[in-house]
Write a protein that binds this ligand. Structure first.
Ligand code: HEM
Length: 508
């Protein structure tokens, strides 16, 4: 299957080289040359292997907004912008005009009608119900206890094991398993136990990885082509079809088990009395008089809800933690400062409850800084309902596609200053020593406006707890000579993982 894709790319590259040689003059700066009929697509394919870096160059060169012209008649024209004024306009001030849209739903079709893919009234009902559940005290307690026990009974013993054995371990894989187990427990109440010494492969986790890759390719292929490949079940699309079937099968197992559990328990677990409860139980018992468009008796609704939460909460946190620890390995002075902050806050005596975690301002700044440079969600995509003019002066036609590259946004000198490429947690510390707040349309890692991430606090708490545990108790040595680069995908994971060796700082 990979060979079919390679053939497509090779033909495109060959055609490009011939045409480029025969017809085109070199532009003055970084840009994508436009072909007759095919637009800029061949040029895009040529730079695909260094897409992120090229994206930065283009956005800097074109004053933060760039119009990509796709082939004729295939609907691939896109406006790329990283201009904070445009982002604020799109995400907040003119929010109703910028929707995910039917094309987004097509590209993300395997996720069905979950909160990430929907718009308008359905999204509003989903958002309201998610908000109520995520902010419910019972769920907050449940998430805190789940995160703590996964850390103490799952992650720590595993790190100890690797430290004792002295073996090299892929830390990104470990974090992926840690966040996968945690989010699955929060959603379904059951633990897939992917985080174990055996490191067995979980089929749901595997299917999610395949889908992440497939979604990116759907962005750079004409729609008719990937639809055809999907229909023929070839190439990347074969994996999408298989992943879809895995999602159906695994979710349906969780749903029927949960329905039976609820019937057996006859209402012993009741969200209204504030007891801990997983999200699936809460959704099954949803008060449909409050949310008229949601139908918890429909398994498809529950399937899409499970997947939306896994999509939102698994790889995002794992990716952020991996880049964070890699950046720390390159910046030992930052490690020393975080360790000092942990000692000063006296966490080992007072415990890492929310109040104490809030005192770790420098650690918070370092995590923000890692997500500025390596935003876990690499791009945002919107579609315009009606024509509009952006604050930058660019005209947007109705039904236009707009892409916001979070990776490029975090590296723009025009936005973050001359030292934009430097990892500098100090930029997040205000003059009075507190955390400096940057507007979300500038620091977009958790999105901005009415669709801002609903799991932000949960994710920050989880990342801080893990960071404290690791930095206080272990030395992490990144294996020399490995290639560290981001994968091309919706989630900005490390392409080859993060290989490290671990030693304990204190012997017991
Ligand atoms: C470091 C971790 C995380 C990052 C960087 C992050 C970032 C984001 C971003 C950028 C979006 C917007 C996506 C889009 O619309 O295309 C989003 C949406 C969302 N996130 Fe997170 N997220 C993280 C963790 C979590 C967790 C742990 C949860 C849940 C437990 C969660 C729940 C959600 C939900 C429900 C939405 C959809 C909001 C809506 O469309 O109204 N996120 N997140």
């Amino acid at each position: 299957m990979a060979s079919i894709y390679l053939l497509e790319v090779s033909i495109a590259i060959l055609c490009f080289l011939i045409t480029d040689y025969l017809f085109f003059k070199k532009p003055h700066g970084p840009s994508l040359r436009k072909w007759p009929v095919l637009g800029m697509l061949p040029s895009l394919l040529m730079v695909l292997h260094r897409m992120y870096e090229y994206g930065i160059e283009i956005m800097e060169f074109s004053d933060l907004t760039f119009q990509f012209k796709g082939p004729w008649f295939v609907g691939m024209d896109m406006l790329f912008t990283v201009d904070p004024a445009n982002i604020h306009h799109i995400m907040s001030s003119n929010f109703p005009n910028y929707i995910k849209g039917p094309d987004f739903q097509d590209v993300f079709d395997v996720f069905g009608d979950g909160i990430i893919t929907t718009d308008s009234e359905l999204w509003k009902d989903l958002r309201k119900s998610y908000q109520a559940m995520v902010h419910h005290q019972g769920f907050q307690r449940f998430s805190m206890s789940t995160m703590t026990s996964k850390l103490k009974d799952g992650l720590v013993p595993l790190l100890d094991h690797f430290a004792e054995e002295g073996t090299t371990v892929n830390l990104q894989d470990v974090f992926g398993r840690f966040t996968f187990d945690t989010i699955l427990i929060l959603i379904t109440g059951s633990d897939p136990r992917s985080l174990s010494i055996e490191m067995h492969e979980d089929e749901l986790a595997r299917a999610l990885d395949d889908v992440g890759e497939g979604i990116l390719y759907r962005h750079i292929k004409p729609k008719f082509l990937w639809k055809l490949q999907n229909w023929m079940r070839i190439g990347q699309e074969k994996k999408m079809v298989e992943a879809d079937a895995t999602f159906d099968r695994v979710c349906s197992k969780y749903i029927s088990a949960k329905r039976e559990e609820i019937i057996r328990s006859q209402g012993i677990l009741d969200i209204s009395n504030g007891e801990s409860e997983d999200l699936l139980s809460s959704f099954i018992k949803l008060d449909t008089t409050k949310y008229k468009l949601l139908n918890p008796s429909n398994d498809k609704f529950l399937r899409d809800t499970i997947l939306a939460f896994i999509l939102a909460g698994r790889d995002t946190t794992a990716s952020a933690l991996s880049w964070f620890l890699w950046l720390l390995s390159e910046n030992p002075q930052v490690v020393a400062k975080i360790r000092q902050e942990i000692i000063d806050t006296d966490l080992s005596r007072t415990g890492n409850g929310q109040e104490n975690l809030d005192k770790l301002v420098y650690l918070h700044g370092a995590l923000n800084e890692a997500m500025r440079l390596y935003p876990p969600v690499s791009f945002g995509r919107k579609s315009s309902v009606e024509s509009d003019v952006l604050p930058s002066g660019h005209r947007v036609d109705a039904n236009s596609m707009i892409i916001i590259s979070l990776y490029a946004l975090g590296r723009m000198k025009a936005v973050w200053g001359e030292d934009a490429l430097k990892f500098k947690p100090e930029r997040w510390i205000s003059e009075n020593g507190g955390l400096k707040q940057e507007p979300s349309f500038k620091f977009l890692a958790f999105n901005s406006g009415p669709r801002i991430c609903l799991g932000k606090n949960l994710a920050m708490t989880q990342m801080k707890t893990v960071a404290v545990e690791i930095l206080h108790n272990y030395d992490i040595k990144v294996t020399k000579g490995q290639k560290i680069e981001p994968v091309l995908g919706f989630i900005l994971s490390m392409k080859h993982g993060l290989k490290v060796t671990i030693t304990k700082r204190y012997s017991t």
